[in-house]
Write a protein that binds this ligand. Structure first.
Ligand code: DSN
Length: 417
């Protein structure tokens, strides 16, 4: 059977991919949940592993021909156990949302009480927000941040937990720029006999690299995506104490999913191997250093940062004082070569589709090797554009300067030729 290359089979898709390569090269990608996976990870994801079905777990599959897949999945699991210091890892969840759904399925029945951080405060949809299955199928109690400093309101977490006695207490965030205090959550979970689940999707690379405290020893279950600060493939993982191994494995398969995506499993194994290196530890710390530097420049430009700064990879800006809606700012920044996302801020008076803030982060630009000097330039470009959003001459000039900068910092996994 003829087997021509993509450019010949489907020139339209081929062109879009080529355009995306260019976009990912010549813009500063600031969406904090995005990154550049390494070439090695990309190779595994695009390999023949795509062609194999492997329902079940290593040594207990429902299909033959698993000689290589079993070895790959075992390697991924062993490396994650060593890297994070956990008893068990399941690497089959298709991504973060299915991972969290599997956690609920492992421990809860429909109607049970669960608790998580509300989306408007920086939690994730799957932590019980009303439009998600986690908010519809469970009695979801939502905690938030304090009005005065926008930090997690632990008095509220404790009083809601005592009142509602959730089976599962989720901690972990998607739009929160500070350290998550896992020991404090664990204390509350213990008091009400809840299972503490730490969703470290955003920070798993920082945890692996020692740039954010680990939830291990505090949370009995840890869920994550694998493609954010962890720099792996698009995927998910659940790590847990030995006592929960069976419940988690059963919930993922056959509870929720069919065959695992084996190319992704290999990508997770590779990412875990890379995350054990000193180079990765330096990367994780550089992500945080860059976020701090960028925060300082933005503060010096008069921006109002939620919580007043950042000690992780992420910055949330409330643009109310600049009198520019988040969406307008995000669109102008994109035209100028800086890709962030518009985002609600805590206690936002605007609607989620047209909110007051923008969210940005340093994982991807740090993967390109950018550092303090580049953060200073970036903060000032952002200030210039947001303070003059309709100035297309400025936007074009900044986009050109950013392209020149990007040419000096090739991105991992993005072919330049
Ligand atoms: N976790 C989301 C984000 O932070 O972008 C995606 O689900």
């Amino acid at each position: 059977m003829a087997d021509p290359h993509l450019a010949e089979v489907d020139p339209e898709i081929s062109k879009y991919i080529a355009d995306e390569v260019r976009r990912q090269h010549e813009k500063l990608r600031l969406i904090p949940s995005e990154n550049y996976a390494s070439t090695a990870v990309m190779e595994a994801c695009g390999s023949v592993l795509n062609n194999k079905y492997s329902e079940g777990y290593a040594g207990r599959r429902y299909y033959e021909g698993q000689q290589n897949i079993d070895a790959i999945e075992k390697l991924a699991i062993e490396r994650l156990k060593a890297l994070f210091g956990v008893d068990h890892a399941n690497v089959q969840p298709y991504s973060g949302s299915p991972a969290n759904l599997a956690v609920y399925f492992a421990f809860c029945n429909p109607g049970d009480t669960i608790m998580g951080m509300g989306l408007p405060s920086g939690g994730h949809l799957t932590h019980g927000w009303k439009v998600s299955i986690s908010g519809k199928y469970f009695n979801a109690i939502q905690y938030g941040v304090r009005r005065d400093d926008h930090r997690i309101d632990f008095d509220q977490v404790a009083s809601l937990a005592r009142e509602h006695k959730p089976k599962v207490l989720f901690c972990g965030t998607t739009a929160y720029s500070r350290i998550v205090d896992f020991p404090k959550f664990a204390e509350i979970a213990r008091e009400v006999d809840a299972i503490l689940v730490a969703d470290i999707a955003h920070i798993s690379g920082l945890v692996a690299g020692g740039a954010h405290p680990s939830p291990v020893g505090h949370a009995e279950v840890i869920s994550s995506t694998t493609h954010k600060t962890f720099r792996g493939p698009r995927g998910g993982m659940i790590m847990c104490d030995e006592k929960h191994r069976k419940a988690i494995d059963r919930a993922v398969f056959p509870g929720l999913q069919g065959g695992p995506h084996n190319g992704t499993t290999a990508g997770i194994a590779i990412a875990a191997k890379l995350a054990m290196t000193d180079e990765f530890k330096s990367y994780a710390h550089a992500v945080v250093d860059n976020s701090r530097t960028l925060s300082e420049v933005l503060l010096s430009r008069g921006f109002d940062l939620v919580t007043g700064g950042s000690d992780n990879h992420l910055i949330l800006i409330d643009l109310t004082s600049k009198d520019v809606p988040g969406k307008v700012a995000a669109q102008a920044l994109d035209r100028a070569g800086m890709v962030a996302n518009y985002n609600s801020v805590p206690f936002d008076t605007r609607k989620p589709f047209d909110p007051s803030g923008i969210r940005l982060g340093t994982p991807a630009i740090t993967s390109r090797g950018m550092g303090s000097d580049e953060m200073k330039r970036l903060g000032n470009w952002m200030g210039d554009v947001i303070e003059d959003v309709e100035n297309e001459t400025l936007v074009t000039r900044v986009a050109g300067e950013i392209k020149d900068l990007c040419d000096q910092f090739p991105a991992p996994g993005v072919p330049t030729k």
